[in-house]
Design a binder for this molecule. Sequence first.
Ligand code: SF4
Length: 345
Amino acid sequence: MFNKIGKFCSDIQHFLKGRKKYVSCHWLEHGIVFDHANIIRVCCEQSHEGKGRYVLDDKFNGIWLDINKINSEKEILRLKARNGQIPESCKGCQFLKNDYWDEGIYFSHVLLTHWTNCNTRCVYCPAVRDNALNDENVYNIIPIIDQLFDAKMINEDTYFSVAGGEATIYPEFDKLIYHLLTLGIHNINFNSSGIKYSHSIEQAIKENKGEIVISIDSATAYLYNKIKGTNTFHLVIDNIKRYIQAQQIGEKKVIVKFILVKGYNDNNKELLDWFMLCKKLGVKKLAVDIDIAWFNEFSYKIPDYVTDLVLFAKDMAKINNLDLHLYDRAAIVYNSYKKKKRNTF
Ligand code: SF4
């Protein structure tokens, strides 16, 4: 009831400002991705028909960002969306929604992933499959962050996601994170293998300004080794414990992930063991996803047992009172299950 009243009031406010609803997404409106190979994109989403990752610039020199050029590109996309035209690359994307979008020109979501090298060799990683893990075209992003900050394109509230490759082995990593914290940025997401312990991540967690996602995909050193291609299971478990110790009481800033991979861990037992391990470690927030290549293989004809695995994960989280975040492909599987169920009744 209160939700409905709140929504009604907010709709009236938008109406009075002359805004109308249209289909778009927060990355399309206010997102920017610094990808590897000197490419700047709108987003990194690719688990849908259009395959996402719209390119804004494929020759970024890594020294100075032509903000006007990027803004004009983004403005064209936004105007088209306002007129009911979304890019082909967005076709079928789960993040599209019919909503009110604000017209400001700024970035609310920034993904830093211009670094591809890594300290694992995960079987599900597209860069491993393409033999594309290297140190090429790595640039120092700090001056670019300052440029965006000075131009008021980002501010303290901007959401930052730092990925890679493996973020912690990026040469400027600690300097970059301390710099973001000094700028007052307080919503940083780190994707890490967890092999190299990072004191800057620890600091972000301590200050409640950052969360780390570590994908272990297993509960034993044997399986971890097979999936991640590195013999570092116990080291990563110890580092997860250290990060947990850094978080404030009641916070959930350490997220442990499980990527379902065909023929490796795609069964209830492995998932259950992983749940139990996470619980034992004191992890309060978990994430599940599906290997992108496998997902593309079965496309939208999702095998029943994969749906069952996602539902099993949901049940286990509920029973064990743990937060579970279904990432992109797992969310698609769950949403299509719910849709099917609705249509049956
Ligand atoms: S592909 Fe999806 S996430 Fe990316 S801009 Fe389009 S709708 Fe948004």
